[in-house]
Ligand binder design. Structure first.
Ligand code: FAD
Ligand code: SF4
Length: 396
């Protein structure tokens, strides 16, 4: 039997080697013999989004189109929600539903997704699900860095030929770079946007500084109404305005990988399911290529859909928040609440909210990289992100 070069390159011990050092997002690649390709594959060592877009979508994003500059290569965007939401899913469960349908229809033999450990609802446990029940056991975000690619060796060993991988941008960048080595006949990639991720310890700090009852939080999301919504075990929802977050204490909570990421919208997935470009309560769908369309078509009869919309003007709000974030200013809660209400009434909505979030994070991350890893600035920031950041005046 032919032995591939990477199969001799087993990591000494899972987690023991991380060539990206502090910028490592723990995507899991280095827990496998695919560590052999890490220098080319790691999203933090070799930014190659443009080249990989060309390889997988047939072209890189059109920088003359504002929609593509922001949201990546796509055929279509829409807002959607399940007619019958999956209880306990992050939103309405479109991601889990697509994965279940693909298994049931025999389109794939397995799904890489993330369950949680028995002891801790937020501790990620990547698995290859082979049944809809196992997919459903992975519903809801584990809002922590998750080594999804650590199961890739099991894929090769299982002899599986058709696979669906669910993941966030950094995981998908590394996956795309080693895709040809996996011995698969068909790979589908269902992505979610991702931002401001944390280690498990960082998550604890975030919950403790932000929620009134950190131990009972079952899920949370940074919502389009400019508040963090914490859902608690008893079903109650606690809302904390973004502008009231203790930014001075939270500055170091987000993982350095996420502070230097410019792939918020998961540009290399076939289909992306998030929420930020959709009206409140709806999910946001980005169909990047024909495989993405095939996945979406499988569940379309279970969805209500509507066209994407865009309203408001984000740019002033973004510009004003740059120095505030930079200096770690925190507004008193009463002021933050008033600001939240005003912004919600007149602020950006739909795709303009998504642009607001991208602009805020890209400017913050650009400054982080400039200050902490200036030698990486030129190669690591993709051209589309340089153009987005270039719209704003940044402090030195
Ligand atoms: P579900 O049906 O509940 O399925 C969730 C899926 O996510 C599961 O299949 C699971 O395997 C996978 N998953 C869970 N945790 C992780 C993880 N840590 N890494 C990789 N995969 C995971 N959308 C936005 O529009 N804007 C954002 O800023 C944004 N930030 C996000 C940050 C994180 C860390 C994650 C995981 C997702 C984020 N999303 C964001 C996506 C959004 O929160 C929902 O996950 C998405 O809309 C799907 O909802 P659903 O109800 O269809 O998912
Ligand atoms: Fe390895 Fe992934 Fe960390 Fe890069 S981000 S060093 S590929 S585990």
């Amino acid at each position: 039997m032919k032995v591939f070069p990477h199969q001799k390159a087993r990591a000494i011990k899972p987690g023991s080697r991380r060539p990206a050092k502090e910028l490592c997002s723990d995507c899991g690649l280095c827990d496998t013999y695919y560590i052999h390709y890490v220098k080319e594959a790691c999203a933090f060592l070799n930014q190659q989004i443009g080249e990989l877009e060309e390889e997988h979508h047939g072209r890189s994003r059109n920088l003359n189109s504002e929609d593509e500059r922001y949201f990546g290569v796509h055929q279509e965007m829409m807002a959607a929600r399940k007619q019958e939401p999956i209880p306990g899913a992050q939103w309405t469960g479109i991601v889990s539903t697509i994965a279940c349908e693909m298994l049931t229809a025999g389109i794939v033999e397995g799904v890489v997704c993330v369950q949680n450990t028995k002891e801790d609802r937020f501790a990620p446990m990547p698995v290859i699900a082979r049944t809809p029940e196992e997919v459903l056991a992975a519903k809801v975000n584990k809002p922590t860095l998750s080594p999804n690619l650590s199961v890739l060796e099991q894929v090769a060993e299982s002899g599986m030929k058709r696979l669906l991988v669910i993941g966030v941008g950094c995981q998908i960048q590394a996956l795309r770079a080693v895709e040809q080595q996996l011995g698969l006949e068909k790979l589908y990639v269902l992505g979610t946007p991702c931002v401001d991720n944390v280690t498990r310890a960082g998550l604890q700090k975030f919950l403790e500084t932000t929620s009134k009852s950190p131990d009972t939080v079952v899920h949370y999301e940074f919502m389009q109404d400019f508040r963090v919504h914490f859902k608690h075990e008893d079903g109650s929802i606690e809302k904390v305005p973004f502008f009231g977050l203790k930014t001075n204490q939270l500055k170091d909570v987000f993982a350095p990988s996420c502070m230097s990421c410019f792939d918020y919208v998961n540009g290399l997935a076939d289909l992306v399911v998030g929420y930020m470009g959709a009206p409140f309560g709806w999910q946001w769908i980005v169909v990047r290529n024909d495989l993405g369309r095939e996945m979406l078509d499988l569940v379309k009869d279970k969805l209500d859909t509507q066209a994407v919309m865009s309203k408001g003007d984000r740019q002033q709000a973004v510009q004003q928040s740059i120095p505030a974030y930079d200096k770690g200013v925190t507004l008193p809660l009463w002021a933050a609440k008033i600001m939240g209400v005003v912004i919600e009434k007149i602020g950006p909505k739909g795709l303009e909210y998504a642009r607001f979030s991208i602009d805020s994070h890209f400017t913050r991350n650009y400054l982080y990289l400039k200050r902490n890893h200036p030698e990486k600035l030129d190669d690591h920031v993709p051209e589309y992100a340089k153009q987005i950041v270039g719209q704003y005046q940044l402090p030195d």
